[in-house]
Design a protein. Structure first.
Length: 91
């Protein structure tokens, strides 16, 4: 890396870092919102149809088990990945 490219690199990476922080705040908000909605269900298991399960499974498969363990609040990561195998991958 040359000395001339360092300011350009800093200039390019600053907005990227800001966007990453913003995205993390959005994720934290949505996780907390899901927890609140789950509390309002009063311990009842939410019932979803296959179309809803497919949507969650497709998104969940893309982010992977490790991130699902951090953000999934309605059902477990194993359940989401099982839905993917049963509803999407089996087609």
């Amino acid at each position: 890396m040359t000395a001339e490219s360092y300011p350009l690199r800093v200039l390019l990476l600053t907005p990227v870092g800001w966007v990453n922080v913003q995205q993390q705040h959005v994720i934290e908000y949505l996780v907390e919102e899901n927890r609140v909605l789950k509390e309002q269900l009063g311990g009842k298991v939410p019932r979803m149809n296959d179309k809803q399960r497919c949507r969650l499974a497709a998104k969940g498969k893309r982010i992977g088990r490790r991130l699902l363990m951090q953000v999934a609040t309605i059902v477990t990561p194993d359940t989401i990945l099982r839905w993917h195998r049963r509803l999407i991958a089996a087609k």
